[in-house]
Design a binder for this molecule. Structure first.
Ligand code: NAD
Length: 791
């Protein structure tokens, strides 16, 4: 045997990571008191505990205090007590605490990594090189945001006490993603780790004690779904940040509806890994291994759907199989291990069940010929071919080491297949042609797109999804907004319209021609489906005219027209800007008429009416000007990569406008949505809809493409409900009574559309705070596109 043959024949020897420090920590720690509340260690008031065990052996690791409602109440009370002082402390003071946490974690880096691998089962290579360093970077990065908060986020204040619930797949990293921005923003927190993986959060709480975090600022409770629900439903919490399954995310969306709690949801995914025929196939194979078998596939953004171009599919799959055969399945504490055990037996059973079902539906499942360790919840990496787009393995998040494969013919088909999912978390695009990759990335409905790479994360770059992958972003500037409340000029409570309220009958003096305003859908004035109309009263209670009484079918037509309009979202920002300027110009040409209408309908004086029209024109000017200025950013994370944080329209946005300042509020809501390239279905003021219907002609003369703006008059509460339940509406803004707002939030769970409500209050639309970035931010999704460079 020559030296080369010897080299190739060489077996891996065992390379165990020492775990004596972790064992000592586990042995010394008093887990009977494992709730960290108000700076002290407590047992659960009920005395209950739950067990956490080692996935590689099934061995019991510890019995952990199981928090009940009383413990959650105590934790929330402690956070509330600590809030005023913490939020009033200087940014520098908070920065020092965040930095101290990061440094203390660095000093115990290896202990964190070993404990994480013992408790979760992830290979030590991953916890040591990825989870723990990224968690540390998060705290140090956010020290900077704490210090620059006032300058970088003027007109914002900390949202208050934050409840945070996280999953088991990245226990320490998810904790860092949650706690670091909250503390930087001046919030106090109650965090609950997942019941499978409580240990590193306990070590983290010890770090907080040592790093000088004031009592009550960080509270860590332990337990399962009930403890999570107790946090979500606690009235002392002002914001819920949740990472976990889409199923539980929807429960939380419903539970918080109408509570006024701010909400961010980081949920599941079924991310596409797209390989074009001009990709560097060997690099793509390595990327794929990382994309789907990192952390045994228990990754929300796992590239679990391989889409490969037809011409190279066979060759690529052959390479993948060779590489899969070389993956080393074994102890998480062996430094050579690629694949450790799944987190728990329940997870293992779930994965097996999904594979069996996928096979029943026609998938061919292949696994390398390798032996599994005799104890623990191990599963071989699995490749499913002959997968139809409807197969359960192509649609459901498996959350295990299973890759579903499909092929595509051309770019359009790749995009269509990639977007054929209810999720929208991440995607990976492989091509040596950067033009092609950057052509595809904006067309993918996903919050993160990696070009020629996968699973890249950084504290400075936002992470989060579209659609049923949830809403909100974690990391960077956009992540900070999740823990801040914008200071809006909140007005009085909106009263619900009396059901079937009496309609005026007596015609107003001077109404020359009897005219019933129709609806405005797809660029045309159309009769309402039901052929009913609604009488509109003057300020004196007489009949000013009639408008169409829109119904469910009209909203459906309007949404279809908004969805079909491609010209507006695809127009350049400069083009949108010009059209909005033109709209302002045309409104200005009819200013007298609109002022007279305001006087007639709302009873304001001539001067106030004139002012409202002027402000409406000014606001159109503002958003015309901002249309090509509210742009994305370029991040430079610590690697050879640029991250383009692109601003994209949310999509089809429903808008339900209130009654006060009816022309100004309509313009203030519709213009920012249009400026960012959304198409709109607007329900104008129920009492004064003629201000919006009078705009039809202005819109028709202003070069707005058909379907970009659609207006359906009628009963606000009813139409808000239809919009909320419509799965082709991506965003919904509701300024109506409290009940209508609450229902809109609860009814939005179908597709988890982004809902913004006034919580039953209107705004003072004339105030300068009722315009600008706070509105534009609601009109966009931020997509982070990672583009590596270098040879
Ligand atoms: P899960 O939703 O079952 O549990 C997540 C957390 O919620 C746990 O702490 C759990 O105790 C708690 N919980 C469960 N029911 C609850 C309820 N009714 N009310 C309040 N809290 C409740 O999810 P999981 O199985 O622990 O984690 C896997 C999921 O997490 C996957 O779907 C994965 O995609 C997702 N995930 C998403 C991201 C992301 O950033 N988008 C990151 C990691 C994981």
């Amino acid at each position: 045997m020559n030296i080369l043959e010897r080299y190739h024949a060489m077996e891996y020897g065992p390379a165990p990571e020492a775990h004596n420090e972790a064992d000592a920590w586990l042995a010394a720690r008093d887990f009977s008191k494992s709730l960290f509340i108000d700076g002290a260690w407590k047992a659960a008031a009920s005395g209950k505990t739950f067990e956490t065990s080692e996935p590689s052996s099934g061995k019991l690791l510890a019995k952990i205090s199981d928090a009940g409602a009383a413990d959650i109440d105590a934790a929330v009370a402690a956070a509330a007590k600590a809030l005023p002082k913490w939020s009033a402390s200087s940014g520098y003071a908070r920065a020092k605490v965040l930095y101290a946490i990061g440094r203390a974690m660095q000093r115990h880096q290896r202990l964190f990594a070993v404990l994480e691998s013992i408790d979760n089962g992830k290979p030590i290579r991953e916890s040591r090189d990825i989870d723990v360093p990224l968690a540390i970077r998060h705290f140090i990065h956010h020290a900077g945001w704490a210090q620059t908060l006032e300058k970088d986020f003027p007109e914002h204040k900390p949202v208050g006490v934050v409840g945070q619930v996280i999953p088991w797949n990245f226990p320490l990293l998810m904790l860092a993603w949650k706690i670091a921005p909250a503390l930087a923003a001046g919030c106090t927190v109650v965090l609950k780790p997942a019941e499978f993986t409580p240990l590193t959060a306990i070590l983290f709480a010890e770090i907080c004690e040592r790093a000088g975090v004031p009592k009550g600022v960080v509270n860590i409770v332990q337990g399962g779904p009930e403890a999570g629900a107790a946090i979500v439903n606690n009235p002392g919490v002002q914001k819920i940040a949740f990472t976990g399954s889409s199923e539980v995310g929807k429960i939380i969306r419903k539970a918080t509806a109408g509570s006024g709690k701010k909400l961010s949801l980081e949920l599941g995914g079924k991310s596409a890994f797209i390989v074009f025929e001009d990709a560097d196939l060997d690099s793509a194979v390595e990327g794929l291994v990382d994309g789907i078998w990192f952390n045994q596939g228990q990754v929300c953004c796992a590239g679990s759907r391989l889409l490969v171009q037809e011409g190279i599919a066979d060759a690529f799959i052959a390479k993948v199989k060779v590489r899969m055969s070389r993956l080393r399945v074994g102890s998480p504490l062996d430094k050579n291990t690629d694949i450790g055990p799944l987190v728990d037996r329940t997870q293992l059973d779930r994965v097996k069940g999904l594979i069996a079902e996928g096979a029943k539906q026609g998938a061919v499942c292949w696994q390398p010929d390798a032996a599994l360790p005799t104890t623990g919840y191990y599963h071989l990496p699995t490749l499913a071919t002959s997968v139809s787009p409807a197969n359960i393995l192509a649609q459901e998040e498996v959350f295990g080491p299973v890759l579903a494969t499909m092929s595509f013919r051309n770019t359009e088909e790749a995009i269509e297949l990639a977007n054929n999912t209810r999720y929208g978390l991440a995607a990976s695009v492989w091509s040596e042609n950067l033009n092609l990759a950057l052509h595809v990335a904006p067309q993918l409905k996903a919050g993160v797109v990696w070009v020629n790479g996968t699973n890249m994360f950084d504290a400075a770059c936002g992470f989060g999804g579209y659609r049923e992958s949830g809403f909100g972003r974690e990391g960077g500037r956009e992540g900070m907004f999740e823990y801040l409340a914008a200071k809006l000029p909140v007005g009085p409570a909106i009263k619900p319209a009396a059901a079937g309220s009496a309609q005026p009958v007596e015609q107003a003096d001077g109404l020359a021609i009897d005219r019933t305003a129709k609806l405005f859908i797809g660029g045309k004035q159309v009769r309402p489906d039901g052929n009913y109309s609604l009488g509109v009263a003057t300020a004196k209670g007489k009949l000013a005219g009639e408008v169409g009484l829109g119904n469910r079918k009209d909203i459906r037509d309007a949404v279809a027209a908004a969805r079909a309009c491609k010209a507006w979202p695809e127009a350049t920002a400069f083009n949108r800007s010009q059209v909005l300027y033109y709209l302002a110009e045309n409104l200005s040409g009819r200013a007298d008429e609109f002022a007279a209408r305001l006087v007639q309908l709302t009873g304001v004086g001539a001067k106030a009416a004139r002012e409202e029209v002027e402000q409406s024109i000014e606001r159109l000017f503002l958003y015309a000007g901002l249309a090509d200025k509210f742009e994305g950013r370029v991040h430079q994370p610590p690697a050879r990569v640029v991250t383009l944080a692109l601003h994209e329209p949310v999509g089809v946005v429903g808008i339900v406008a209130p009654d006060n300042q009816p022309l100004l509020n309509f313009v203030s809501l519709v213009a920012p949505a249009l400026a960012m390239g959304n198409t709109v279905v607007a329900v104008p003021s129920e009492r004064h809809p003629l201000l919006a219907t009078d705009l039809y002609q202005v819109i028709e003369y202003s070069d707005i493409p058909a379907g970009a703006i659609n207006i359906v008059t009628g009963r606000s509460a009813e139409l808000a409900g239809v919009l909320a339940k419509h799965d082709d509406v991506d965003g919904l803004w509701v300024f109506a009574d409290a009940d209508t707002c609450a229902k809109a939030e609860a009814d939005s769970v179908g597709n988890l559309k982004r809902v913004w409500t006034g919580n039953g209050r209107s705004l003072d639309w004339a105030a300068s705070d009722a315009a600008g970035e706070a509105f534009l931010r609601r009109a966009i999704e931020i997509k982070n596109v990672w583009v590596p460079y270098g040879d």
